[in-house]
Design a protein around this ligand. Structure first.
Ligand code: FAD
Length: 479
């Protein structure tokens, strides 16, 4: 990996550290190795971070003061939320970079049940936002495997997607307003609850998805939704991705906006999950080549959701699209089905090295992508185990390659770039994206520069230079 073990930046000056310490208070300027260790490891262990200072501001005023001082002293600042990002965006690149943790800004400031909005600080954990919405009789639909740790600021900075995008859109679509601090320390207050506001450029959308390179998000107004009255979850076994596309079209036709999840999984992912997840149980009697987790929700009633689910499945069965299906008979069943899907991310680890891809192609092209990429990676590395799963309804597949049985992990991982190039060439041939929802961070920076249109890169660089002239905010990420 290009960033593994790299150290960037001059060591921090003791006098500058002291000034940062004065802003956040000594208890929240962490430098003792044991205290900062959790901020220096990311989920995939791809980036070795050797930062020396973590600042934990209490409010937007302190964030502003930190950034003003950072601009004055040209100190690189790395915003960090729940530290669940998968591309190294939240990791310092060397001892001279300071982690700015948003964890203490975790208040839910207001819930507006009429306009259905929640005003929340950036450090609020997604799970807590779900619970607060639930208490108000409402629902926030962003759903990620990392929701117990990731934060709203991180979700917005990475424009996170997840399993609810099909019906509700990604983080960008779920946000009406943000409050953010620019690298200069200036505070932008855009905490508006308006659905319509066409007064000039909408800078909110510039910051969403900018991965902490243009501003630090300190609070946001989120859109809430009425809670569905009924929800049905089914696990379906089928022969091929083409059959899954046929099922998707049928489910969309019959359920429309009621289709709230459509997740595809290859058999090998199920096998890994069953082998390595405590309590995991195969919902189907017989093994199938592919699986779909299907969720249908209804605003009217549980019976309505059940009727629609049964109709989708019986028609699909008659049309030969599916081989078998199990409908969850209880909330516990539904949770167990979802756990199978979510555990798939972690279940690959015990099988050895894994080379990851987070790609998107037009929905209709997913089967072709899987065929062509499968042939290409197998030709390059016989025995490689392809763990493909993800959000078929969005055309977004996590196309992960697990090392062949018996291969040395280091030898396998040394071929990361080669395998990426093979998969991404297939994606490019289908006019797709090599980064659907995880972002660019450090991991995919070079590929972005190589493959994005020069005019688009030039515009991005011009924006960065204008907003952050001293490049103090998350340097070396994205651009
Ligand atoms: P961090 O990891 O801390 O940071 C991510 C990026 O945002 C960094 O560039 C950081 O500098 C920046 N940032 C963080 N907070 C702020 C802020 N307040 N202001 C400005 N910049 C900030 N992602 C998906 O999209 N879909 C999924 O389905 C999904 N599933 C996942 C499952 C697992 C098990 C794991 C580990 C991760 C998954 N992710 C997924 C990736 C990750 O959880 C998301 O990208 C999440 O939104 C990151 O939030 P965070 O708070 O952890 O951000």
């Amino acid at each position: 990996m290009d960033a593994r073990g790299e150290t960037k930046g001059r060591p921090l000056d003791e006098a500058v550290i002291e000034r940062f310490r004065e802003i956040v208070g000594p208890a929240n300027a962490l430098s003792e190795p044991g205290m900062i260790a959790p901020y220096m490891h990311e989920p995939r262990d791809l980036f070795a971070a050797d930062g020396r200072l973590v600042l934990r501001p209490a409010d937007v005023g302190q964030v502003s003061a930190v950034l003003r001082l950072a601009s004055e002293t040209r100190t690189p600042i790395v915003p960090q939320g729940g530290n669940t990002g998968l591309v190294g965006g939240q990791m310092p690149r060397g001892p001279g970079e300071v982690v700015l943790s948003l964890s203490r800004l975790d208040r839910i400031r207001e819930v507006d049940p009429v306009g259905r909005t929640m005003t929340v600080e950036a450090g609020a954990v997604l799970q807590n936002v779900h619970e607060a919405a639930d208490e108000a009789g409402l629902f926030y639909p962003l759903s990620l495997g990392s929701q117990g740790s990731c934060q709203i600021g991180g979700n917005l900075a990475s424009n996170a997607g997840g399993t609810g995008v099909l019906a509700y859109g990604n983080s960008r679509d779920l946000c009406l307003g943000i409050e953010a601090v620019l690298p200069s320390g200036e505070v932008l207050n855009g905490l508006r609850r308006l659905k319509k506001d066409n007064r000039g450029y909408d800078w909110r959308h510039l910051l969403i998805g900018s991965e902490g390179t243009l501003g630090v998000i300190t609070a946001a107004v989120l859109k809430l939704f009425p809670k569905p009255a009924g929800r049905e979850v089914a696990f379906v076994g089928l022969r091929s991705p083409d059959k899954a596309i046929a099922l998707l079209r049928r489910a969309e036709g019959l359920a429309g906006g009621q289709l709230t999840a459509f997740e595809l999984m290859a058999r090998i992912g199920m096998e890994f999950t069953l082998r390595h997840t405590q309590g995991a149980r195969d919902p189907m009697g017989e093994p199938h080549g592919w699986y779909v987790l299907l969720e249908i929700s209804s605003q009217r009633s549980g019976e309505d959701a059940r009727e629609t689910m049964e109709r989708v499945l019986s028609e699909a069965f008659e049309a030969g699209e599916i081989e078998d299906a199990a409908i969850a008979q209880s909330g516990a069943d539904a949770e167990a089905f979802w756990r199978m899907r979510e555990a798939m991310s972690w279940a690959q680890k015990p099988e050895g090295g894994s080379i990851k891809h987070d790609v998107a192609v037009p929905v209709a092209e997913v089967p072709r992508f899987l065929r062509e990429a499968g042939a290409a990676v197998t030709a390059a590395m016989p025995g490689v185990r392809i763990v493909a799963f993800g959000h078929l309804g969005d055309g977004n597949i996590h196309y992960n390659l697990t090392q062949p049985v018996g291969m040395d992990s280091a030898v396998f991982l040394d071929r990361w770039h080669e395998m990426n190039a093979i998969v991404h060439a297939v994606v490019a041939g289908l006019s797709g994206s090599f980064s659907a929802e995880h972002g660019i961070g450090q991991l995919k920076r070079e590929e972005l520069a190589r493959t994005k249109e020069p005019a688009e890169m030039a515009l991005m660089r011009a924006i960065k230079a204008t907003v952050d002239p001293y490049s103090i905010l998350n340097p070396g990420k994205v651009l």
